[in-house]
Design a protein around this ligand. Structure first.
Ligand code: IMP
Ligand code: MG
Length: 419
C-alpha cells in the first residue's frame, strides 16, 4: 500500500495536469461508445464520415458542458466563493481563470485540423486537449479585445533547449507583428544574468530585427526581458551596443519584493546548495554546482547528460527540503528541472509576469498571455505564471509559432466580423 501510495502520489501527481486528465476522462466515454475499431476488419454499413460526425457532436457537447462549468467557476470567483464551485469539487487543483475558455469553438477548430473525431483506436489525448485549451484561451483573448501583453518563456518556447534566438527564427516576424499592433512583449526567462551582453548573446536575432525594423522608438521600447524568473529587468534600447538597458530594481520592483531580505536570500540559497550537493553525492551525478547572486543550480560536467529520473529526484528532494525551511514562508523560490540542469531561483514567474504588467502601467491578467513549456505542478517554472495571467502550454518552438499564427488568424476573423 505504501509503495502504491508513493508511486501514485510522489511520482505521478506532479507529472499530470488534473484539468487535462479530467477532460480526457470525459472524452474517453464517447470514444469508447462510438468509435468503430472493428470496422477495419469487419466493414460496417456506417461510413467513417458518419462515425466522425457522431463522435464530433458528442465531443463538442462535452466541451460545451466543461465551458459552462468554467463559467460557473468564474461566477463563484467573482463572488469570492471559488472554493464552492462544482468544478472545484470535481478538479480540486483548478485555480483562477482570468477569462472564460471557448472550449466548444476551440474543439471545432482543432478537430478540423487534427481529425480527432475520425480516430478509431486512439482516444482524445493529453496533447489534443492541451492544444484545444490553448486555442480556447487565445480565442477568448482575441474576441474580448486587444491583447496588451504577451510574455514568452525562453528555452523550449522560443528556441531549443540551451540554444539562442537566431536571425532565422520564425517567431521573430510574428513577435514584430504583435509589436506593430501595440502589444507589449516580455521575455520572462529563468536564465539569470546581471549584464545585458549575456541576454544579447541569447536573444540577438530578435533584438537585431527590432533594431532594423520599421517600429517606432516607442514600439521598440515595448520589448522587455525579465531574467532570473523575476530578478533582472532590461528594456530595449537602440542606443546600447547590446540593444538592452538594465532597469534598476528600484524602478520596477513590486512592493512585496521589498520584504525579501538579503539574509534570507543567502540562507535559502545556502540550503539549496547543500541539498543539490547532497543529491550529486547520493546519485553520483557528474555535475558542477553553479552559484549566482539569486540562484544556485547544477549543470552536467562536459560531455554528460542527466537522466530524467536524476533530474526529477534532485528537484523533488531539493524542493521538499526548501519548503520545510523556516525561510521559505518569507521568500518565494522556484526549484525546477531545466531539461539537462536543475536550478533554484529566488522569486518565480508569477512575480516576473506581475512585474512586467506593472512596468507597463498595470496591465490586467485577463489582457496578458504567458506562453511557456513548463506547466507541471512540481519541478516546472512556467506553472507559477498561472497566478498572474492567462497561459498557453506549448511543447516546442514550432508550436509557439503555430499558436502565434492562430492568434493572427483569429484576430483577422474577429476584425472581419466587426466590419
Ligand atoms: P527558461 O526556459 O527560459 O525559463 O530558461 C531555463 C534555463 O535557463 C535553465 O534550464 C538553465 O539552463 C538556464 N539558466 C541559466 N541561468 C540560470 C539561472 O540563473 N537560473 C535558472 N536557469 C538558468
Ligand atoms: Mg522553458
Amino acid at each position: 500500500m505504501t509503495t502504491r501510495y508513493r508511486v501514485e502520489y510522489a511520482l505521478k501527481t506532479h507529472r499530470r495536469d488534473q484539468l487535462i486528465e479530467w477532460i480526457k476522462g470525459l472524452l474517453a466515454v464517447p470514444f469508447v461508445l462510438h468509435s468503430q475499431p472493428t470496422a477495419v476488419f469487419e466493414p460496417r454499413p456506417e461510413t467513417s464520415d458518419q462515425m466522425a460526425i457522431g463522435a464530433h457532436r458528442r465531443y463538442a457537447e462535452i466541451m460545451r458542458d466543461v465551458e459552462d462549468l468554467i463559467n460557473d467557476h468564474i461566477a463563484h470567483q467573482n463572488a469570492g466563493k471559488q472554493d464552492r464551485s462544482k468544478l472545484k469539487l470535481l478538479v480540486p487543483s483548478v485555480g483562477t481563470f482570468f477569462t472564460p475558455l471557448l472550449l466548444h469553438d476551440a474543439f471545432v477548430y482543432q478537430d478540423a485540423r487534427r481529425f480527432i473525431s475520425y480516430r478509431r483506436f486512439v482516444p482524445p489525448s493529453f496533447n489534443d486537449i492541451r492544444l484545444i485549451l490553448n486555442t480556447a484561451q487565445v480565442m477568448s483573448l482575441v474576441r474580448s479585445g486587444p491583447l496588451e501583453l504577451v510574455t514568452f518563456d525562453g528555452d523550449v518556447t522560443l528556441y531549443d533547449d540551451g540554444q539562442s534566438l537566431l536571425d532565422d527564427n520564425p517567431a521573430i516576424a510574428r513577435i514584430l507583428n504583435l509589436m506593430r499592433k501595440g502589444t507589449r512583449i516580455g521575455i520572462v526567462t529563468a536564465a539569470g544574468y546581471t549584464d545585458a551582453r549575456r541576454y544579447f548573446e541569447r536573444l540577438h536575432g530578435l533584438l537585431d530585427a527590432i533594431y532594423t525594423s520599421d517600429l517606432s522608438v516607442g514600439q521598440q521600447q515595448n520589448l522587455i526581458v525579465m531574467g532570473g524568473e523575476s530578478s533582472y529587468l532590461f528594456r530595449f534600447d537602440a542606443e546600447s551596443p547590446d540593444r538592452l538597458k538594465l532597469v534598476p530594481r528600484k524602478d520596477w520592483q513590486l512592493d512585496e519584493m521589498l520584504l525579501w531580505r538579503d539574509q534570507d536570500i543567502t540562507e535559502l540559497l545556502n540550503l539549496a546548495e547543500l541539498a543539490l550537493r547532497d543529491c550529486v553525492k547520493q546519485l553520483h551525478l557528474p555535475a558542477e554546482v553553479i552559484r549566482k547572486e539569486r540562484a544556485v543550480g547544477i549543470i552536467p560536467s562536459a560531455g554528460h547528460r542527466f537522466a530524467r529520473e536524476q533530474l526529477e529526484e534532485t528537484v523533488l528532494v531539493t524542493q521538499k527540503i526548501l519548503e520545510m525551511s523556516p525561510t521559505s514562508p518569507r521568500l518565494p523560490f522556484c526549484a525546477f528541472n531545466g531539461g539537462n540542469d536543475v536550478f533554484v531561483d529566488i522569486g518565480d514567474k508569477s512575480w516576473g509576469v506581475i512585474a512586467c504588467q506593472k512596468f507597463f502601467g498595470g496591465i490586467d491578467g485577463s489582457k496578458t498571455l504567458h506562453i511557456g513549456d513548463q506547466f507541471l505542478s512540481a519541478g516546472a517554472n512556467d506553472f507559477k505564471a498561472r497566478l498572474a495571467c492567462t497561459t498557453a502550454w506549448i511543447a516546442n518552438p514550432s508550436e509557439t509559432v503555430a499558436l502565434l499564427d492562430e492568434m493572427e488568424e483569429l484576430d483577422r476573423l474577429a476584425r472581419r466580423k466587426i466590419v
